[in-house]
Design a protein around this ligand. Structure first.
Ligand code: ZN
Length: 121
């Protein structure tokens, strides 16, 4: 959760740079455009680096959790009836699984026709 807090801080500082940019233009600048650009570049690089690190971290966690669940036999694999994608989902108490396919957004079990035809209730 530490990393998430960092991300917010980075986002805010990015916004405040936007503010100072408008302000400095009015007050004939504390910071030159070049300096500002350099700062923005640094922040962008850091932000990008953070994004990558977070994505990698998330992926690691995901693999870990799913690996663990699979090992415990707490993972079911369902083949989507609509798009044929294989979906793994946890079988755990207290976790409600949706029957909606994350890949195509339709039901995993019932073949849905694209056009429903009418709005009958
Ligand atoms: Zn599907």
């Amino acid at each position: 959760m530490m990393t998430l807090a960092t991300s917010h801080r980075k986002l805010y500082s990015r916004e405040s740079i936007g503010d100072s940019m408008t302000r400095s233009r009015k007050m004939s600048g504390k910071m030159t455009t070049k300096q500002l650009q350099q700062r923005l570049d640094t922040i962008e690089t850091e932000f990008h680096g953070f994004g990558n690190a977070a994505a990698t971290e998330l992926m690691k966690h995901n693999q870990l959790i799913y690996g663990l669940l699979s090992d415990l036999g707490k993972l079911e694999t369902i083949k989507c009836e609509n798009c044929g994608e294989e979906i793994s989902r946890p079988i755990l108490k207290g976790i409600e699984n949706t029957d909606e396919c994350p890949s195509c957004g339709k039901s995993l079990f019932v073949v849905t026709l694209d056009d429903f035809g009418g709005e009958e209730e």
